[in-house]
Design a protein around this ligand. Structure first.
Ligand SMILES: C[S@@+](CC[C@H](N)C(=O)[O-])C[C@H]1O[C@@H](n2cnc3c(N)ncnc32)[C@H](O)[C@@H]1O
Length: 238
């Protein structure tokens, strides 16, 4: 799978791309990440990429020309144009279902904003998938792009050592509930003991304990996820 990141701050990426799982995926040829500087598409002596907003107000707005031309040219740099994803607080909210949807794409072109964001004509012309990583404001789209890459690469076959692990993760698999509590050695720590059933080697009983633990944690912490399951069941019946 190929990711292209379009940003005004390409130097933010090498450290992140060099980290363990992602670095390994890149080295093994499972994932390719190309980072492009939008400023390379700016014209004029000052290579300016932004301007004051029409109508007044604070901050600067990213100009349409360098952004649109950067996206169009980068799209031509591989066989498939890819899915263009604009990181913006006004987009649809990222969740594990969106991650799974993106992992089906051969190529994602991730467009990172800065300052007051993009001129509306970037959206009108490119018609990207507008994506938010949550209801808060970041300084730029770079961290949001890293979040997308980080989550999507986990779904690329071969990236995780154990293919089962992303199925039992929270928000994943058929039930999309929170994951059950996990324990490792020692069996006892500061008076807190590992649940006895996990030490029995009885796999059906362990599976049942985990299922109940996952349900209970979800009920206590994220009952909205159970409601989501209910809606799913209801719509299946229609
Ligand atoms: C300071 S923000 C601009 C916010 C914009 N003025 C608004 O109110 O919607 C600059 C850039 O950071 C990125 N960004 C900020 N918050 C984000 C979020 N929650 N999800 C995705 N990208 C975000 C976007 O690329 C955005 O263009």
């Amino acid at each position: 799978m190929r990711f292209d990141v379009l940003t005004l701050f390409p130097e933010m990426f090498p450290g992140y791309l060099g980290q363990s799982l992602l670095n390994l995926a890149i080295e093994r040829g499972l994932v390719e990440v190309e980072v492009h500087n939008i400023r390379d598409w700016a014209k004029g002596k000052h290579k300016s990429v932004d301007d004051r907003p029409f109508g007044g107000g604070p901050g600067m707005v990213l100009s349409p020309e360098p952004v649109v031309e950067c996206v169009e040219e980068v799209q031509q740099q591989a066989d498939a144009p890819g899915k263009v994803v604009m990181l913006t607080p006004g987009g649809r909210r990222l969740d594990q279902k969106v991650v799974e949807e993106y992992s089906e794409a051969q190529r994602l072109v991730l467009l990172c904003g800065r300052y007051e964001g993009f001129d509306q004509r970037v959206v009108d012309i490119l018609q990207p998938d507008e994506l938010s990583i949550g209801d808060f404001i970041l300084n730029g789209g770079e961290v949001a792009a890293m979040v997308v890459i980080d989550a999507v690469v986990r779904m690329v076959p071969g990236v995780l050592g154990d293919e089962q692990s992303n199925k039992q993760d929270s928000f994943s698999g058929e039930d999309r509930l929170l994951e059950f509590a996990q324990y490792t050695r020692p069996r006892e720590y500061r008076g807190h003991v590992v649940p006895e059933v996990l030490l029995t080697g009885n796999h059906p009983e362990i599976a049942e304990w985990r299922k109940q633990n996952s349900l209970e944690r979800t009920r206590r912490r994220r009952s909205d996820l159970l409601a989501g399951n209910q809606e799913q069941d209801d719509s299946d019946e229609v």
